[in-house]
Ligand binder design. Structure first.
Ligand code: 13P
Length: 245
């Protein structure tokens, strides 16, 4: 099971010690197969890489520029630079970046350049509330996945993350049965259209210690992408413990 902490634009150089308890947790045999990935802001990426070097925790970035080469893109960072500081993962296609102008095509380019650098891609997709209300959820998701993965090789280095936009940071969640159906549909679509035997699909959107037990009953899920609650080590550990038990 993956537990991916997306810190978004939170975290300073002092935040590093908040992960001490999580490091201790990963040393317990019970959590041997638990995969924890921290995705802090770029500014503390390297610090997190160094801190977790001798642990099982991996570090990821939250986005990148699509150009695989250096270039005149003020304020941007590419996959090569992220790889250089020792990160192993990258979140791409997050709705907050789609909102800031990332089209499916741009996301496709970012996925390609990241895979080219041997980064594992956490590929996010999900419908907005208006799309859900118009019964377009599945259609929207299929399009996001289809264009996002166009001509992509090394598909096995992709982890999928279904994040309904209306659920992010709102406390609103799908009913378990609905989520289960959704995940099953997404999984079948991916299996049918791309050469991936057993795609890993994570769920993200208001995951917290209170709702995790229910989410973790969905056996089709390969883990969780956690925003707000992942910044609080107590809550993050609680989520991990409850979903393993
Ligand atoms: P929250 O867990 O804060 O809803 O955020 C989810 C998310 O966007 C993870 O990528």
């Amino acid at each position: 099971m993956y537990f991916i902490a997306n810190w978004k634009m939170f975290g300073s150089t002092n935040s590093i010690n908040t992960i001490n308890k999580v490091i201790s947790l990963t040393k317990l045999s019970k959590f041997r197969n638990t995969k924890i990935v921290y995705c802090p802001p770029y500014t503390i990426l390297e610090k997190f890489v160094k801190k977790t070097k001798k642990t099982k925790i991996k570090i990821g970035a939250q986005n990148c520029h699509y150009d695989k080469n250096f270039g005149a893109y003020t304020g941007s960072i590419n996959a090569m630079m992220i790889k250089q500081v020792g990160a192993k993962f990258i979140i791409l296609g997050h709705s907050e970046n789609r909102e800031n102008g990332d089209t499916d095509h741009i996301i496709n380019l970012k996925i390609k350049s990241s895979l080219n650098e041997n980064l594992k891609v956490i590929f996010c997709f999900g419908e907005k509330l208006s799309e859900r209300r118009q019964n377009k959820t599945y259609e929207v998701i299929k399009k996001q996945i289809k264009i996002g993965l166009k001509n992509v090789k090394r598909l096995n280095n992709i982890i999928f993350a279904y994040e309904p936009v209306w659920s992010i940071g709102t406390g609103k969640i799908l009913k378990n049965t609905d989520l289960e159906i959704q995940i099953s549909k997404i999984k079948s679509y991916i299996k049918k259209n791309f050469k991936i035997k057993n795609p890993k699909i994570l769920y993200g959107g208001s995951v917290n210690p209170k709702n995790i037990r229910s989410f973790s009953k969905i056996k089709l899920l390969g883990g969780f992408l956690i925003g707000g609650a992942s910044q609080n080590p107590k809550k993050f550990i609680d989520i991990i413990k409850k979903s393993i038990n």
